[in-house]
Design a protein around this ligand. Sequence first.
Ligand code: MRU
Length: 344
Amino acid sequence: MKYPIRSLEFKNNKLYLIDQRALPQQYKKFICENYRDVEFAIAEMVVRGAPAIGVTAAYGVVLAAFEFNELPIKQFLDQMHEACDIINSSRPTAVNLMWAIKRMRFFLIDNETPKNVLHKLKAEANQIADEDIRTNKKMGQFGNSLIPHKATILTHCNTGALATVEYGTALGVIRAAFEDGKEIFVYADETRPRLQGARLTAWELVQEGIPATLIADSVAATLIRDGKIDLILVGADRIAINGDCANKIGTFMLSVIAKVYDVPFYIVAPTTTIDFEIETGEEIEIEERSKEEVTHINGVQIAPENIDVYNPAFDVTPNENITAVITEKGIINKPFKENILKLK
Ligand code: MRU
């Protein structure tokens, strides 16, 4: 059975998220009735992927406005800013979250009634969601121009419809090439420890009928060395002005191998993933997640109880390992700093 892949939907004043923790065994919705549910959904990865987190956060602000709009304007604004702060700190690395909250805070002004503010916030969140879909389609078009017919593509983590509102970033480029009739083949890294590749990317690829094979992360080096990969497409969670990109843990390692064997390594990300306030990737906060993500699989313990665990969720790929960054505004080539600053 083919399921609709729209990661989130706002209806009847509630936010419906595809519960990404349950896929692929179960397709079910997680309903956010207030902004605390949104904070939980982002922190616990009910919803994940930089663009999807940003849009979810925007709707979290709308839910807070529904909760507080009967208050006098001053108290309303105090409560709204507190809600924004709480949502803003639900995960640290994907800058789309902070970007969306900043965009929503713009409407928190005191010469309006709370009801008017609520109305404007809802319209803005809908706009952010619509823009995300348009942006992904644009990146798909630009990225498709780089994909040769019969290309074999390696990807990491999940950058598909689930990681955005619809369509996807790196997986969106793969979708665009497939829709264009190119006979592409995809290798999807399983992406330990959360297995976004095995659980989510593989599910999207199977649903779309895109020819693909799932691999353990450690297989990628052999495929690259053996000349089996024509190009690598991955997403990003935050891009510094110099082109350094934070993405799912394991991306940096792939980029090093790609460089050694001269395989093109592309980042696909909307311009909302660029953090114009940081010069280099060294300034990006890397989230560390729980020990249990590594010591347990599906709730079953696989490592001894007393072992220490280091579990960073992201790493930074240095700009010199990146061939180009595909955005909705075009393909950004080197020199990255100069070309990224033109997008501001
Ligand atoms: O921890 P996650 O699953 O939120 O990490 C997701 C990624 O690293 C993606 O590659 C990135 O957000 C780009 S998604 C379009």
